[in-house]
Write a protein that binds this ligand. Structure first.
Ligand code: RB5
Length: 149
């Protein structure tokens, strides 16, 4: 992934700034969808902005950070076509790309420290979707999204 959108709430703001700089140093182009301070705010707004950017093809993927990564990933997963994973270790981050073709990575600033967060993000970005039998399963997820249409 060459272009990533970032989103966070006030609890994730400081870690977002650090991870954003880490990815820029890796040569990744980043688009910051907020929040832009530690002033109290609500994570659905930023999760929505990042999810929409992924769906629109403005970016290749997204990174979301709130206190736990839970609320912000739940929100992103409401958007058809979004496969957001919340994880706190690199193994699941890597496998979520290889097997589940996740297009958004979420984690919690109250759960992981900076160095672990960097490992999680790097593992996620370095992995690629393997397709094959995993594509069949991802297609089955999409079919569930469209079951009422
Ligand atoms: C904010 O207090 C907190 O609820 C939020 O950052 C996140 O952890 C929600 O899932």
């Amino acid at each position: 992934m060459k272009k990533i959108a970032f989103g966070c709430d006030h609890v994730g703001f400081i870690l977002k700034e650090e991870i954003l700089a880490h990815l820029q140093a890796r040569g990744v182009e980043v688009i910051d969808k907020g929040a832009w301070s530690v002033d109290r705010t609500d994570y659905p707004r930023y999760a929505s902005a990042v999810a929409q950017a992924v769906i629109d093809g403005e970016v290749d993927g997204g990174v979301l950070i709130c206190g736990t990564g839970v609320g912000i990933s739940i929100t992103a997963n409401k958007f058809p076509g979004i496969r957001a994973v919340v994880c706190s270790e690199p193994y699941s981050a890597r496998l979520s790309r290889q097997h589940n073709d996740t297009n958004i990575l979420a984690f919690g600033s109250r759960v992981v420290g900076l160095e672990l967060a960097k490992m999680i993000v790097d593992s996620w970005l370095d992995a690629t979707f393997e397709g094959g039998r995993h594509q069949t399963r991802v297609d089955a997820i999409a079919a569930i999204e469209h079951r009422d249409q």
